[in-house]
Design a protein around this ligand. Sequence first.
Ligand SMILES: [Zn+2]
Length: 383
Amino acid sequence: MKFTSPAQAETLAQVKTHPYQATSFYLDTDKSRQPLKAINAAYKGLLNQARLTLETRDLSREVKKSLLEDLEKISQFCTNRLNSWKAPGLAIFCCSARNLWQELELPHGPRNRLIQDFDFYTRPLSAILEKFKKLCAFLVNRREAFWYEIRMGEIRLLDSLTSDVPKKVKKGGFEGYESKRIERHIDALLLEHFKKAAQRTFEILKQNHFDWLFLGCDDQFYPQLEPLFHTYVKDRLKGRIKARPGTEASRVLQECLDLEDRLKREEEAGLVKAFVAELERGGRAVAGLADTLRKLNSHEIRHLLITHNFSKPGRVCPGCHGLFLNEEACPTCKVKTEPVADVVDEAIEIALNKNVPLTQINPPTRLEHYGNIGGFLKFKTPR
Ligand SMILES: [Zn+2]
């Protein structure tokens, strides 16, 4: 099943598996960024790690049996299905004792994770929902207007409008009073059509809470149309597209997705640029895993930046939950730290729990030259 709506995430979040536990599995299956061999190695690594963790956990025989069965089923699914799996991400939610199994095709590669806990772990689904903007494509010519909704890679026609505006009279020939009068009449009808379309655009944007608006119209109409937009519409207008009324929906979709991707990359590049500038002038920024974790432990991070799917093993303090790259003992609690398979994932959890803004940057990015992780700081660090 494709993951397309918040309702799917909410339903999963509400499932109760008590007294048994639930398995949540996320795999980055984006074959445009990595070979199948790497994807296979990643899922096997997750399953092995989960089996080891399960052995050490103090659980009843039935609960353990169900969790082990989950791992076995996920392993079989991956062996049989990953070869032909098309989506860039896979999520599986299961509880064998309760006979629950749900697989989802994700529109974006998630961080690789396997979590066995009391509930299904759905936070990455919310993160994907947030990542995808809700787009409106507004296509207009001198007679027609179309509005499409684009969400999570799917397109849907929302509304359309047709006005009876006749073709413009040809210039030249005799320029009599009558032809001037007709021309003015047509101009008035055209303006009326644009006014109606602009008003409808405002209503549609408000009703559906769109993030961005993309406009498809001829250059000659733009100066007439733009002043008719409400400020609310102008604020959301992010770009122009080549599609026009009559363009096939699949082409409208592709053009919008391409533009969305480009705009997001520009946004991310801008953020990284500001980060690097701050860092290089010795301002309020920190880079590299060890230093960033230290600043995260001391609540000094204002905004965390991470290269998408960067991961590293590390250590966690069982006392204060401080995160470390290498420290064998926690400098605060003086107790022995415990190894974790992915300390970056732990850092993301902490950021989410403490409401620290977090941006995962798609590679290639300059952030890779700065240790793949960093953050803007609340205060300036004394040098
Ligand atoms: Zn500690």
